[in-house]
Design a binder for this molecule. Structure first.
Ligand SMILES: NC(=O)c1ccc[n+]([C@@H]2O[C@H](COP(=O)([O-])OP(=O)(O)OC[C@H]3O[C@@H](n4cnc5c(N)ncnc54)[C@H](OP(=O)(O)O)[C@@H]3O)[C@@H](O)[C@H]2O)c1
Length: 392
């Protein structure tokens, strides 16, 4: 490993970051082709079914691939999936050395480096691996634990209030700057999830309204279908909305929601709610990460089940006389790998939950912090486009 390798792998990581939230169930991967110390091709995987990062980087490099090195954040695939093997493309392009960040843990796609060795192309792996693991965490969670990564996002006042009391006007907790950060978070997660009461009381749009952003899948958990209704504004927005409920929910409501375009998945009433939600959404192929946006009741179910992996707490410099508390934990939960960022007048605390069973933890103390910092604290060029009506 050399400083030069680190520098070019960092460039490949910057490409991979462009793919965050767009590739599930595939991993977000980036690549650069380097000839005589200069980057001559760049690429990232734009989405499942589309060519992989290496293909774009090789294409851009053209004839300069002969004798060049390629840096890829994840081992080139060695299988015929929806696209031909990248290992073969690298060979055919005349690359002389392949440098990868991490070996592919997916047995179906692994073996690229072995193939390259068999045709005489040298390789090296493990360059900036820990940083790359952060970017790949949702993908790794899917592979190792068979479930999506859950990231909790909560906004609160200094005295821990998350919402006004039922019947009172809605409380706006955080600033425009913090709200923009939430749109960045939506952009890099595959799905947004909220509870039924939040859907009814706030009637949010749940879209990603930042420049260049894309809408995640919307998931609403309303076990008894007591709160959601076919006139919810999110059902008129582009993208999918999936409502989770128990099998015995009101059949008329089920039909009305279906008619309004909502997809529906059943929850298992014999399982704890959070586990049952995870089981249902694990069937949806392209959800590897979920941004859990509340409310406090749903968030508490997840927290108390030990199923929250990352947390984003937006703390506003306000003290509210009354309202609903943020979370109701049944034990102490400690955040680690923490980072604080200022967002206008608010603070964003990001962290990783210590509550998970660390013995089963296949990762190395990772949180997207660094990359989130890159993404969240972007130049002014990113603005939230205002909808005609207000809404989160
Ligand atoms: N500060 C923030 O970051 C933030 C974020 C989102 C929302 N909010 C605020 O939070 C408030 C709503 O939050 P909330 O905590 O009241 O509700 P919620 O978390 O949005 O929804 C809870 C859902 O869980 C269901 N549920 C509750 N207990 C259950 C049980 N034992 N078994 C099965 N299902 C159960 C509820 O159904 P039933 O109604 O049928 O019980 C409801 O569908 C709103 O005012 C919203 O503005 C704040």
């Amino acid at each position: 490993m050399s400083v030069t390798d680190d520098r070019f792998m960092e460039e490949a990581i910057q490409e991979a970051i462009k793919a965050l939230g767009r590739t599930s169930p595939n991993p977000p991967v980036g690549a650069v082709v380097v000839k005589n110390g200069n980057i001559v091709g760049r690429g990232f995987h734009p989405g499942a079914g589309r060519p992989h990062a290496e293909v774009f980087a090789l294409e851009q490099a053209g004839a300069q691939t002969r004798g060049a090195n390629i840096y890829v954040t994840l081992e080139p695939c060695n299988h015929h999936g929806r696209t031909p093997p990248c290992s073969q493309a690298i060979h055919e392009a005349g690359i002389s050395k392949t440098i990868v960040g991490m070996k592919d843990p997916n047995p179906a796609a692994a073996g690229g480096l072995e193939y390259l060795a068999s045709v005489g192309i040298s390789s090296e792996s493990g360059i900036l691996e820990q940083r790359i693991t952060r970017i790949l965490e949702p993908f790794l969670m899917r592979i190792h634990e068979g479930r999506p990564l859950i990231a909790l996002k909560m906004a609160q006042t200094l005295n821990g209030i998350a919402a006004s009391k039922p019947g009172s006007p809605r409380m706006m907790i955080t600033s425009e700057q913090a709200n923009l950060a939430v749109h960045h978070l939506r952009d890099i997660h595959d799905a947004i999830m909220i509870g039924g009461r939040t859907a009814r009381l706030d009637d949010p749009l749940l879209t990603c309204r930042m420049t260049g952003g894309r809408n995640p899948i919307r998931v609403v958990v309303d076990p008894h279908l007591a709160s959601v209704h076919p006139d919810l504004r999110m059902l008129k927005q582009p993208g999918r909305t999936i409502i989770l409920h128990y099998p015995d929910a009101d059949k008329d409501k089920v039909r009305q929601l279906e008619h309004a375009g909502a997809e529906q998945l059943l929850l298992d009433p014999n399982q704890p709610l959070a586990q049952s939600i995870i089981k249902s959404i694990s069937y949806i192929e392209n959800i590897s990460s979920v941004l859990l946006e509340g409310g406090p009741t749903l968030a508490s179910f997840f927290l108390n089940s030990g199923l929250v992996d990352h947390a984003y707490f937006f703390v506003a410099p306000k003290i509210s006389p009354s309202g609903i508390s943020v979370l109701k934990p049944d034990r102490q939960v400690i955040l680690e790998d923490i980072s604080w960022m200022q967002m206008g007048p608010d603070l964003l605390l990001t962290g990783r939950l210590h509550d998970r069973d660390v013995r089963k933890e296949p990762f190395q103390g990772i949180i997207l912090t660094e990359d989130i910092r890159n993404i969240l604290v972007k130049p002014e060029s990113h603005t939230v486009s205002k909808p005609h009506t207000s809404g989160n």
